[in-house]
Design a protein around this ligand. Structure first.
Ligand SMILES: [Zn+2]
Length: 75
C-alpha cells in the first residue's frame, strides 16, 4: 500500500512537471522569427545554374553566373 502511494505521488509530480514544461515552452517567445527571406534566383544564360539575383552578372542576353560565362556568350 505504501509503495502504491509513493508511486502515485511520483506519477502526479511527473505529470505536473510535464504540464509546467509545456506551458513554459508555449509562453516563451520564439527566437527563430528572423528567418531569412527567400532570395530571388536566376538561371545562368550559359550553363543554367541558379544563382542569387544579387550575385548574378547582367548581360545583354540575360543573367550569368560568372564573368567567363558572360564572355563566352557575349564576346
Ligand atoms: Zn554559368
Amino acid at each position: 500500500m505504501r509503495f502504491l502511494l509513493v508511486f502515485l505521488v511520483v506519477l502526479v509530480l511527473a505529470w505536473r512537471w510535464r504540464v509546467w514544461r509545456e506551458t513554459r515552452r508555449r509562453n516563451t517567445p520564439r527566437t527563430k522569427t528572423n528567418t531569412p527571406k527567400s532570395i530571388g534566383m536566376v538561371a545562368c544564360h550559359h550553363c543554367g545554374m541558379h544563382v542569387p539575383v544579387h550575385d548574378a552578372l547582367a548581360g545583354t542576353l540575360g543573367q550569368y553566373c560568372s564573368v567567363a560565362h558572360r564572355q563566352h556568350c557575349e564576346p
